[in-house]
Structure formats: C-alpha cells, structure tokens
Design a protein around this ligand. Sequence first.
Ligand SMILES: [Zn+2]
Length: 372
Amino acid sequence: MIDNYSDEDIQERLVALTRDLILIPSIPSRPEDLRRCYEFIKNHLECLDNIEVREFEHQGSPSLVATPPGCKKPDILMCGHLDVITHPVASYRSYMENGRIYGPGAGDMKGSVAILLEIFRNIHTRFPNASLGIGITSDEETGGTSGVGYLFNEAGVSCGEAMIPDGGSLNEITIEEKGILHLKLTCHGHSAHAARPWLGDNPLERLMDHLTKLRKFFSDMKQEEHHWIPTCAVTIIETENQTINRIPTDATAVLDIRFPPPFTVEKIVAQIKETLTEDVDFEIIISAEPTHLSPDKSYEVITEEVTGKAIKHVRDDGGSDARYLSKFGIPVMMSRPLVGNLHAQDEWIDIHSMVQLYRIYEKFLIKKLTEN
Ligand SMILES: [Zn+2]
C-alpha cells in the first residue's frame, strides 16, 4: 500500500507535535506538568480507532501501553519517555534555525516521541490490527525503574522486538551499553571544634582518602585509544555541617560508575570493596548490568536503503531503558535522528533526519508486520 503522505506533510506534522511537546515542562520536579504531558499523549492515542490504551502508575510515574484491543504481546513495541531533565531555564520554548528544532528535550526525546506517535497512527490507519504497540513512560531520566522497568518486571508487559529511538544516531545503531553502578559511601566520625582537630575524628578527611584510592583504581584502567573501560565520577560530596569551624559527624560521597563487559555488577562491587578499607559504609543506589541490544539485521539494511549511507555499530557509554528489555532476550533497535547538545539549554534535533527516521520505521514496520 502506498503512503499518502509526502515528506512535506510528515515534516509539518512532526515539527508541530515536537514543539507542542516541548512547551510542556515535563520534568521530575513538576509532577503536574509531567501528568499534563502524559494526558496530552494519551489523548492523541485514544482518539485512534481500534486502539486500546492501558494505563499504569508506579511510585507516582504514569505510563501507558497502546495496542490493538486484546493484543497482549505485540510483535513490535516502540518505547519512548516523555520526561526531560530539569533545565535551569524559566520557560520551556522552542525555536527553529538551520533546519533544526531547538529546545529543552528536543533531542532527548520529544522529537523522537513525535515520530513514534505519528508512525503508530499511520501504521494502524493503513493496517488495522497490526501487531504493533507503543509504550510511553515518564521516568527514564531518573532511572526508568517505575517506567519500562516496572512494565516489564512487574506489570507483565512484553513484546517480540522493541524499537527505542533514544540512543545512537541516524546511521549509528547502538549494540552495547555500559553497566551502571550508583554508589553511596559514608564515613562516620565524631565532631569537635575545628580549632582542636585532635579531639575529633574527621570522617570527611577519611572519605577523601577513600576517594583517592578509588580514583587511582579507575585511572589505572585508563586507555589512550578509547573510553570503553570502567569509569567513575564523584558527583556529590556532603556533610551535615552548616558551619566552617566544626568537624562533621558523618560524610557521604555519591559515585556514578559505568562499566563495559566483561565486568559485571558483582565483579566491580567486589573490586571496589577490595580497594576500600572497612571503615566506610557502602550502599548501592542503582545497579544494572551491561546491555547487549541485538538489533534486527533487516533494520540495518533498511536504514542503509533510506539514508543511502552505510550503518555503523556503536557502543554507548550511557545506559537507557533498553537494559530492562535485553535481560528478557528481547532484541532492541536503537538509533535516532541527528541530535545535539543533549541536556543543555540549546538541545536540538535535525528536522530532515526526523523524516528519514520516520521512513526507516515505516519501511521496517511494514516489512515485519505484513510480510509473513
Ligand atoms: Zn532519553
């Protein structure tokens, strides 16, 4: 069946929808706006004929899965998140320049959510009852445990294959993601006047010694040629102190550690514990194993056909919602339009590449869902 939409039509629809989505500041600190964005997307899906929207909520994060009625395990599920990281700006607006849409969340991932919504509508209009679902969650930027994690681990959602346009690039298909370990270290001591430090036991200074050992542990693994190695960033250090001339009672540091295979959570935790001595408390905030995405070969071929350029397999230093699916052996297709300055105020998405990704999805979905 021939698509009745020209590239211009699609572009117009994608741009309008992306800009509407950016206008809603769907950030973790504004749950009512997060909910507003969720309702906006739900309304888009509910007005489609012959589509059932199932709603979920876990720890305050709303999610939905839309499929044809009764379709419990779609052959293909497209996943997107509507939440955006909190930007230090007063207003969430977008503008267009040089063929790009600029605005908070344009690239991660409201532009891509617009593509998912449009292609979902288009495929179901042309192929009623196609085994295609869409899942929209609202907590990816804060870990995904109440979104995709909850849907797949607890709510019984499943699928044959998944498409998540939240990593890679137009011709760069993500095949591996690093594992994640968010770690909190706490040292206990006892306070004293800072003029008489010999009367106290300074936990902050001991914590600093531990961090120095850990920094050496990670820098010993550094390589000149690439960054596909374990890394560690100290992101928070704090004490209860409000005053300068007091030795604190406790000191904590939070670390963001990322690691590729063959490291596992267990292995890296054991090595870190070995590096530290016993006077430090060790708390794992989040952990996730490295992820293999195993994309479908025909997705790669179609990407090359639509773009006229060879694809490249890439590895991602960051993690995504794909980790919750690959542990069930579900292949994940992960590439996205050209984007830049992610998580910055002038985040952008390239409009032409949005249309190209739309065409890749269209071709792939029609092939997978109608040829059997
Ligand atoms: Zn994202």
